[in-house]
Write a protein that binds this ligand. Structure first.
Ligand code: HEM
Length: 505
C-alpha cells in the first residue's frame, strides 16, 4: 500500500508546480512583474485580508517597484507606485476609467434596479460623446461643492450645528472619542446636506448607517448572504430616503442634494433608485471625514506643541466686541481659519497624509501600453494606493514616518523649506476624479477643531495610544463665563490649498 502522507505531499507539490507554471505561462513578459507569487493566486488575497492597505506599503518597502501585478484566481490587479506613472494613468482617463467601475460598484452596494443600472451604463465612459448619467455626474454636482454660494450656505448650516452642540457642552463630560465625533459629524454634515427634513434626524437611520458601512465590501464581492444585518440597515435607510424625495423635502436642502436629484431625474432614474444611490452617497459624505477628525483631535490634544501652535494662530483671528447685553461676544470666521491659519491647515493635511487609507481604483477598458513600457490587459483593475505615496522617503524626506504638524507650511524664502512635491499628496485622489467634497470636508474638520481648541480641554481618561477608540474627558475651557461665541462663515470664493490642483488654480 502506498505511503499516504508521501502521496499527499507529492500531490501537493505537483499541484503547486502546476499553479506556478500556469501563473508564469499566462503572464505576458510586457506586463508589470508579478509579486507575492509564493502561494500562486491566493497569496495576494491572504495578504490583503490580513493586512488591508498596509499590504501595499509592505510590498513597496520589499520590492520598490514602480508598478507590479497581483494575480488573483480570476483577475489581475496592477498596482502603481511611481508618481510619474500615476500622472500618466490620470491622463489616460478613457482607457483607465473610473465611471464604469463606479456604476458597477453602486449597483452592487445600493442594489439599484435593472432600469437604473442600465441608465448608468449607457455611454458610461463617454465613448459616444459627453452625455449620459455617469460621465456627466462629476460636473453636475460641482455647483454644490465648489467654493461659492452653494458651498458657503452648506458650510454655514454645518458650522451652526457644531457650534450649537458646543454650547450645550456646559459641564465636563467623559466620552468615547470616536463615537462622540461620529455622532457630531453625522448630524452636522447631514443636516447641512439634507436640510430640515434630514432623514438622519431619526436616530435609527444614523444607527443603521454605521451598520451598513462595514457590509459594503461583502456586497461588492457579491456575498450579500454574509451581510444580512448590513442589507437590512440599507433597506431601512432606502425607505427613509424614498419618503424624503417623494415629499420633495430636498427642495429645502442644500444645492448639493438638489443638483444631484435634478441630475438623476434628467436621466429618468426612478425615485426609489435615487434614494438607493443617496444611501451610497452618504457613505462618501461621512466615512472619510470621521476618521480624519478623530486623528486630528488625537494629534492636537496629545502634543502640547501642536495645540499651542494652532491655538496661537486662532487667537490671532478671533475678534471681541461687546454685544447688546454687555456680555463679551467673541467671533470666529471659519473662512478666515482656512486662509490665515497655515499651521492648523498643515496639521489637517499631515493627518490626511499619515492616516490615509484611500486607494484610487480604475478599470482597464482595453489592452494598453502604459508609458510605452507596461502592458495592461483589458478587464483588469488598476490601483494607486495613497498610503504608498504618503510613505515614500523620496517625496517626503527622511522624517516620513514622523508626524510633523508643520510639514505642509509653505515657507517662501527660508532655506529649510520642507515643502513636499504636491503630486505626492493623494489624500483626495487626483485627475478627473479628484474629490469634489474636499473643500466641504476640510471646512467641517477645521471648524470642528477650531471650536474644540478654543473652547475645550480634552484629556485621556487612561494614558494609552488609541487602537479602536479612546475614552476622554472634555472640559469647557474655563474662560470668562460671560463669553458668548459667534461662529460665522463669510463668503469664500478663495480655495484653501488642499491638493496640487488647488495650488494650480
Ligand atoms: C476627509 C474627507 C474626504 C476624503 C479623504 C475624500 C477622499 C476622496 C478620494 C481619495 C476620492 C477619489 C477616488 C478616486 O480617485 O478613485 C474621492 C472621490 C469623491 N469624493 Fe471624497 N473624500 C472626502 C470627503 C468627501 C465629502 C464630504 C464628499 C461629499 C460631500 C465627497 C465626495 C466625493 C465624490 C462624489 C467623489 C467621486 C468623484 C467622481 O465621481 O468623480 N468626499 N474622495
Amino acid at each position: 500500500m502506498p505511503n499516504l502522507p508521501a502521496s499527499v505531499i507529492s500531490g501537493f507539490m505537483v499541484l503547486y508546480g502546476l499553479f506556478q507554471f500556469l501563473l508564469r505561462y499566462t503572464q505576458d513578459p510586457c506586463e508589470p512583474p508579478p509579486v507575492a507569487t509564493s502561494i500562486p493566486f491566493l497569496g495576494p488575497i491572504i495578504g490583503l485580508m490580513r493586512k488591508q492597505h498596509r499590504y501595499y506599503v509592505e510590498l513597496w518597502e520589499k520590492y520598490h517597484l514602480p508598478i507590479y501585478t497581483l494575480r488573483m484566481p480570476d483577475s489581475r490587479i496592477y498596482v502603481v507606485n511611481s508618481a510619474a506613472l500615476i500622472s500618466n494613468v490620470q491622463r489616460q482617463f478613457k482607457v483607465l476609467a473610473f465611471p464604469p467601475l463606479e456604476a458597477k460598484l453602486s449597483a452592487k452596494a445600493c442594489a439599484s434596479s435593472k432600469t437604473a443600472h442600465e441608465i448608468l451604463m449607457t455611454n458610461v465612459n463617454g465613448d459616444e460623446g459627453y452625455w449620459g448619467y455617469s460621465i456627466t455626474f462629476h460636473n453636475a454636482i460641482l455647483p454644490g461643492l465648489s467654493p461659492g454660494p452653494g458651498l458657503d450656505a452648506m458650510n454655514r448650516v454645518m458650522v451652526q450645528k457644531i457650534s450649537a452642540s458646543a454650547d450645550r457642552l456646559e459641564k465636563p463630560r467623559t466620552v468615547w472619542l470616536y463615537e462622540f465625533i461620529e455622532h457630531e459629524i453625522a448630524l452636522a454634515t447631514t443636516d447641512s446636506v439634507y436640510g430640515p427634513a434630514n432623514p438622519f434626524k431619526d436616530p435609527t437611520v444614523e444607527q443603521r448607517f454605521w451598520k451598513f458601512r462595514p457590509a459594503i465590501m461583502l456586497l461588492i464581492m457579491d456575498l450579500p448572504m454574509f451581510a444580512k444585518e448590513g442589507v437590512e440597515a440599507r433597506e431601512y435607510m432606502v425607505k427613509a430616503f424614498t419618503k424624503y424625495f417623494e415629499s420633495h423635502a430636498h427642495n429645502e436642502g442644500s444645492t448639493l442634494v438638489q443638483v444631484r436629484y435634478e441630475h438623476s431625474r434628467e436621466h429618468k432614474i426612478p425615485v426609489e433608485d435615487i434614494a438607493r444611490y443617496e444611501v451610497g452617497n452618504s457613505i462618501g459624505i461621512l466615512t472619510n471625514t470621521v476618521p480624519a477628525s478623530f486623528w486630528m483631535m488625537y494629534h492636537l490634544f496629545s502634543d502640547p506643541v501642536v495645540l499651542h501652535d494652532c491655538r496661537n494662530e486662532l487667537l490671532k483671528i478671533v475678534s471681541d466686541a461687546p454685544d447688546a447685553n454687555e456680555l463679551n461676544l467673541r467671533t470666529l470666521d471659519i473662512s478666515q481659519v482656512k486662509n490665515s491659519c497655515p499651521i492648523l491647515v498643515s496639521t489637517l493635511q499631515e493627518v490626511l497624509r499619515v492616516h490615509t487609507v484611500g486607494i484610487s481604483t480604475r478599470m482597464v477598458m482595453e489592452d494598453h501600453m502604459l508609458d510605452n513600457k507596461y502592458l495592461l490587459t483589458k478587464g483588469s483593475t488598476l490601483m494607486m494606493p495613497g498610503p504608498v505615496q504618503h510613505s515614500d522617503k523620496l517625496a517626503w524626506g527622511p522624517t516620513v514616518n514622523e508626524f510633523d504638524h508643520r510639514h505642509f507650511v509653505r515657507h517662501k524664502d527660508l532655506k529649510d523649506n520642507k515643502r513636499h512635491n504636491p503630486v505626492a499628496f493623494r489624500a483626495f485622489g487626483g485627475g478627473t476624479t479628484l474629490c469634489p467634497g474636499r473643500h466641504f470636508a476640510s471646512t467641517e474638520i477645521l471648524a470642528f477643531m477650531a471650536i474644540m481648541i478654543l473652547r475645550f480641554g480634552v484629556t485621556p481618561v487612561k494614558m494609552k495610544a488609541p487602537d479602536e477608540d479612546i475614552e476622554v474627558r472634555i472640559t469647557p475651557g474655563g474662560e470668562d463665563k460671560n463669553l458668548k461665541w459667534r461662529i460665522v462663515v463669510t463668503d469664500s470664493e478663495k480655495r484653501a490649498p488642499l491638493s496640487v490642483e488647488d495650488l494650480e488654480s
